[in-house]
Write a protein that binds this ligand. Sequence first.
Ligand SMILES: NC(=O)c1ccc[n+]([C@@H]2O[C@H](COP(=O)([O-])OP(=O)(O)OC[C@H]3O[C@@H](n4cnc5c(N)ncnc54)[C@H](OP(=O)(O)O)[C@@H]3O)[C@@H](O)[C@H]2O)c1
Length: 315
Amino acid sequence: MKVLLTGAGGQLGRCLQDRRPADWRLLAADHKTLDITDVQAVSRRVKQFQPQLIINAAAYTNVDQAESDRERAYAVNEHGARYLAQAARHAGARLIHISTDYVFDGEGLRPYVETDPVNPLNVYGRSKLAGEQAVLQECAEQPNVADHAQSGAAPRQPRPDAPSFIVLRTAWLYSEYGRNFVKAIVAGALQGQELNVVNDQIGAPTYAGNLAQAIIQIGRMPDLPGGVYHYSGSVALTRYEFARKVLDALGEAQRLGDSSEAFRFTPIVSGQHSVAASRPKYSVLDNGKIQKLGVKEGDGVDVCLRRMVAALLRG
Ligand SMILES: NC(=O)c1ccc[n+]([C@@H]2O[C@H](COP(=O)([O-])OP(=O)(O)OC[C@H]3O[C@@H](n4cnc5c(N)ncnc54)[C@H](OP(=O)(O)O)[C@@H]3O)[C@@H](O)[C@H]2O)c1
């Protein structure tokens, strides 16, 4: 199968390349090779390569910076997503577009399902939501366009032979690659810093390698109906609880014993930590829809953290 991967240099992009199945002919395009905000470049690349599947792992992901860089966030997260969807439609390719738990406002009291109303709190979340809508609207024939709670798009007639466009929302990604929370906690702890971590934001940390495996599995499911799906880690944690798990893994790898004695870390509330963007207090995703279709959960958070921390320490 011919697969075009955008954002190949990011966390998810790197994890997908590491796990590339033998039967994939993969064109892994990083930001330099293919800028998804360049409509002509996107169209040209898709026409040349003629992929059967496009995976959009490219995004503007700096949540705080997006507040003052709105135009760029929308250029990548909305317009780039639309250009890829247009190109996919013209080429008759399937599209797996990655989105975020930050489309929700965090006022929910149970894990969010795909049809729950969206209400992003920050520019990043709004730009990602606009990207979801662009993807689903572009594939007007999508059978599941109507289940996108606030897309505003009128449901249209499904075309049975249309390739499916999947919007896959995930949350709190971590991996050996790029910038992420786990790497920041490990780096801070190794430098002996006192770590103040918010204890009033709850989410489901997701190992990007598990997400990559799930995407590969979805890539092998050509009959999966188009629409929105959730895939995230299965354990809900506050940021502080997650940091504690990271430090437990670090303490274990360094044989330091109890992490609360080995490292200095303190729970704080969001207001004590000055950041540009508001974040949802609770953004746990319900994975039931995709799990019922057979997509696997992957290893649990403790196993993934132990493996990842060991890899970080090895350098
Ligand atoms: N990270 C999280 O915690 C999280 C949580 C929920 C959902 N998600 C979603 O999951 C997906 C993957 O996230 P990630 O953590 O792997 O992100 P990431 O590590 O920041 O990777 C994103 C990649 O996109 C590239 N990119 C940015 N602008 C581009 C453009 N115009 N054209 C082509 N590539 C461009 C970036 O390249 P440069 O660095 O060179 O600009 C980067 O390599 C994204 O859709 C993100 O919104 C992430």
